[in-house]
Design a protein around this ligand. Structure first.
Ligand code: AMP
Length: 271
């Protein structure tokens, strides 16, 4: 595995590979890697000749009061994990934006609700960095996790709208042995907060297993078990448009974002 920090170097190497006819698979991350991230890399490994993983904690997608300054990192551990799953190139840019960077990529509609409502700048930061990374890496395929279900939908929309010609693959949400959705932020949780965090998955499971077609009744089932300090949202939406549904008549997605102590966690389930 080769590690490259300079965007121009990475871009030049990828151009050569594409000219040779190699397909490039790309997995963008913010590091502190866990099995959720690794599952996406394994998927890219299955479908592409050359696998690129980026590790970059993107300041644009953090609000001013969020955890950018103490976002966890483990560069050596991350590199070892990437090498172990067969990543070819690890891209670790120090910065992705020139001082005069002036472009924001904004997807409207899909970004209005859910995490977009509680983190107003967040998705502009995500789409701007992902567009920038796509421009550098020029992948054929990029793999994103269903853990960030809304993000996956927003990226798919961006790629379609801008004709980027990149196949977006969604990888399933990977959970810890006790059901907690794997997240780099889980390491902020002490034992009692971790126990409370498990209530998010329990709530979603109970909602999925209830039989009533009424969304209001299913949400009540979920709310009854959530042990969070506050809940940003708990919603049942159409899996494509992300618009709330009133009656469950076909496939839906239930999503939650909640604060456990100082840690904001998200989770979701399809049913
Ligand atoms: P992050 O490092 O949090 O920006 O995540 C990088 C990628 O990993 C995103 O596509 C996430 O959706 C994905 N990801 C994070 N956690 C999980 C998980 N538990 N299961 C599957 N994918 C995940």
């Amino acid at each position: 595995m080769e590690t490259i920090s300079e965007p121009a170097t990475l871009g030049a190497q990828m151009r050569v590979r594409r000219q040779r006819g190699e397909t490039i698979g790309f997995v963008p991350t913010m590091g502190f890697l866990h099995e959720g991230h690794l599952s996406l890399m394994k998927r890219a490994r299955e479908v592409c000749d050359h696998v690129v993983v980026s590790i970059y904690v993107n300041p644009l997608q953090f609000g001013s009061t969020e955890d950018l300054d103490h976002y966890p990192s483990d560069p050596e551990g991350d590199a070892a994990k990437c090498a172990a799953v067969g990543v070819d190139t690890l891209f670790t840019p120090l910065s992705l934006y020139d001082a005069d960077h002036s472009t924001t990529v904004r997807v409207s509609g899909l970004t209005g609700g859910l995490c977009g409502a509680s983190r107003p700048e967040h998705f502009d930061g995500v789409t701007t960095v992902v567009a920038r990374l796509f421009g550098i890496v020029q992948p054929n395929v990029a793999v994103f996790g269903e853990k960030d279900y809304q993000q996956l939908a927003v990226i798919r929309r961006m790629v379609l709208d801008l004709g980027m010609g990149i196949e977006i693959i969604g990888g399933p949400l990977i959970r810890d042995h006790d059901g907690l959705a794997l997240s780099s932020r889980n390491q902020y949780l002490d034992e009692s907060n971790r126990r409370r965090a498990l209530s998010l998955h329990r709530a979603l499971n109970n909602m999925a297993q209830a039989t009533t077609p009424s969304t209001a009744a299913r949400l009540a089932v979920g709310r009854a078990v959530i042990e969070a300090d506050s809940v940003d949202y708990l919603e049942i939406v159409d899996p494509d448009s992300l618009e709330p549904v009133e009656q469950i008549e076909g496939p839906v997605r239930a999503l939650v974002a909640a604060w456990i102590g100082n840690t904001r966690l998200i989770d979701n389930i399809g049913f």
